[in-house]
Ligand binder design. Structure first.
Ligand SMILES: Nc1ncnc2c1ncn2[C@@H]1O[C@H](COP(=O)(O)OP(=O)(O)O)[C@@H](O)[C@H]1O
Ligand SMILES: [Mg+2]
Length: 480
């Protein structure tokens, strides 16, 4: 691998990249040798091909002697072309005759040959003092052309000028044409910087300062953001604590509400059989006080009273089981359960002049669960259906149907010819305590839904083609 920077061999220059174009003013011949000998020696050590274009006041023989004296291996290097001493005047004058770019081209041809011979690049020293005074425009043109041609090339150029032969204006012109300008005067180094270089350095300095400022700014911003995050975090912890407290309070409220709902639902469910008992006992009394007491009717009425009383007892038993967390798990036939429910409600419904029609599907799978609970749900739906028709002018009819739902379980529908659902009821009717009735408790539907869902099913309502509402629920079927 070829190194990216080259050792210049000149202390104030140090390492320099390929393409460097530097310039040296020297006071005495010794000053020139003090610079050029280490310059070439470093080039030879870095496997570069070196070319020394020698011009007045330094002669070719003098240069050769100086090399031989100072560099141990100079002899063989001179013979095999690792270092070449070029009669500068001839070299440049040939170029001038053919135009400025011919000289630049000449250097590049030497570079190509050096690369072909296995050198890493070309290291040159020369000067343009062969130009006559008054030809400075041509000189500047040459130096600029050379400067441009060096970009990206493995070539280093050091132009050397005797100070005693240069006028101040010329020194400035020469300096301006180079990236680096050095002066060696009586053994001392001086470094001359062109305005462009100074400007560039100042610009770099400014950018660096700006960058540092930005880094400081960003660091401060980051610290602020970090502090904000920490504050947010602790705020969030506080909010979470408050939320936790609210949650506990809410649980307490929910428990209280549940107890309230339970108390109300006990009353609700006991009211049903009680109403049946009252209706039946009134009827029985009427039948007894008739001129010809209808004892068969009375007997049937008393039977219904006993049944309703048993049912109330059953409900209480179930509620106690429910409170204790016990739920029956028995397999039963849904059609049978519906038949029983309809029979149970017959008297009450008749009192409201409501007809019940059962349209039961065949081949339904049994269901597993709590039959009394499910019957309670059905009673609630049927009661609502009956109540929806209280002021109906037309026929008061409820159709209770069963069929096979898509999921394979039974579907139960309870359809009425009532006044239909108000929009508000559609949205809220399943919520506990929602009612549109003067004496309603608003628990029937919420209980029905709880029961159906506890059996793994779901309940919904929609307008019925009969003009009223149809409630339907499905529950999963069990294997027979
Ligand atoms: N079949 C129905 N037809 C019309 N509206 C109904 C029907 N069933 C329920 N609703 C509406 O839903 C509300 C809630 O019913 P429910 O929970 O049983 O409580 P409640 O019967 O005590 O009002 C009723 O007040 C009524 O507005
Ligand atoms: Mg109700």
């Amino acid at each position: 691998m070829i190194a990216a920077t080259r050792n210049s061999g000149i202390a104030p220059l140090g390492d320099m990249p390929w393409g460097t174009h530097a310039c040296l003013f020297y006071e005495t011949k010794q000053d020139a040798f003090d610079t050029l000998i280490p310059y070439f020696q470093a080039g030879l050590q870095s496997r570069e091909c070196c070319v020394w274009a020698v011009t007045d006041p330094i002669g070719e023989e003098e240069a050769r002697a100086e090399l031989m004296r100072s560099i141990p291996n100079a002899g063989p290097n001179l013979t095999d072309g690792a270092i070449e001493i070029l009669p500068g005047e001839e070299w440049y004058m040939d170029g001038v005759a053919q135009g400025m770019e011919a000289i630049v081209r000449g250097w590049h041809e030497k570079l190509a040959r050096a690369i072909a011979a296995g050198y890493e690049g070309l290291r040159i020293s020369g000067n343009a003092f062969w130009l006559q005074t008054g030809q400075w425009a041509a000189f500047a043109e040459y130096e600029q052309m050379l400067d441009r041609s060096l970009t990206g090339q493995p070539m280093i150029v050091l132009c050397t000028y005797p100070l005693d032969q240069s006028r101040a204006a010329e020194v400035l012109d020469v300096a301006r044409a180079h990236e680096f300008t050095l002066a060696r005067r009586h053994g001392q180094w001086e470094r001359i910087e062109t305005p462009e270089l100074k400007q560039a350095k100042r610009e770099i300095q400014r950018l660096k300062a700006e960058l540092e400022e930005r880094v400081i700014e960003r660091t401060a911003e980051l610290a602020a953001a970090n502090a904000r995050l920490e504050a947010e975090y602790s705020e969030r912890e506080q909010v979470e604590a408050v939320l936790e407290e609210a949650k506990v309070a809410l649980y307490r409220r929910v428990r209280l509400t549940t107890v309230g709902v339970l108390a109300a639902s006990i009353a609700h469910e006991i009211n049903q059989p009680l109403a049946g008992i009252v209706t039946n006992s009134e009827a029985s009394l009427r039948w007894l006080t008739n001129e010809e007491p209808d004892l068969d009717q009375v007997r049937a009425g008393l039977g219904r009273i006993a049944r309703d009383a048993n049912r109330a007892a059953d409900v209480i038993k179930r509620i106690r089981a429910l409170v204790a967390g016990r739920i029956e798990h028995a397999k039963f036939d849904i059609n049978e359960a519906l038949g029983e429910t309809a029979a149970l409600m017959k008297a009450t419904l008749q009192a409201h002049q409501v007809e019940v029609q059962l349209v039961l599907g065949a081949g339904l799978p049994p269901v597993v669960g709590d039959k009394v609970q499910l019957q309670q749900a059905i009673i609630n739906l049927v009661t609502n259906a009956a109540e929806s028709m209280v002021n109906a002018a037309g026929p008061r009819e409820i159709i209770i149907g069963t069929s096979l739902a898509e999921g394979g379980g039974p579907m139960v529908t309870i359809e009425d010819r009532g006044r239909g659902l108000s929009p508000e009821a559609s949205d809220h009717m399943f919520e506990p305590f929602f009612t549109t009735k003067e004496k309603g408790m608003g628990l029937g539907l919420s209980i029905a839904r709880t029961v159906v869902e506890a059996h793994g099913g779901s309940v919904s309502a929609s307008p019925s083609p009969l003009g009223g509402t149809v409630f339907r629920f499905t529950i999963p079927g069990a294997s027979p």
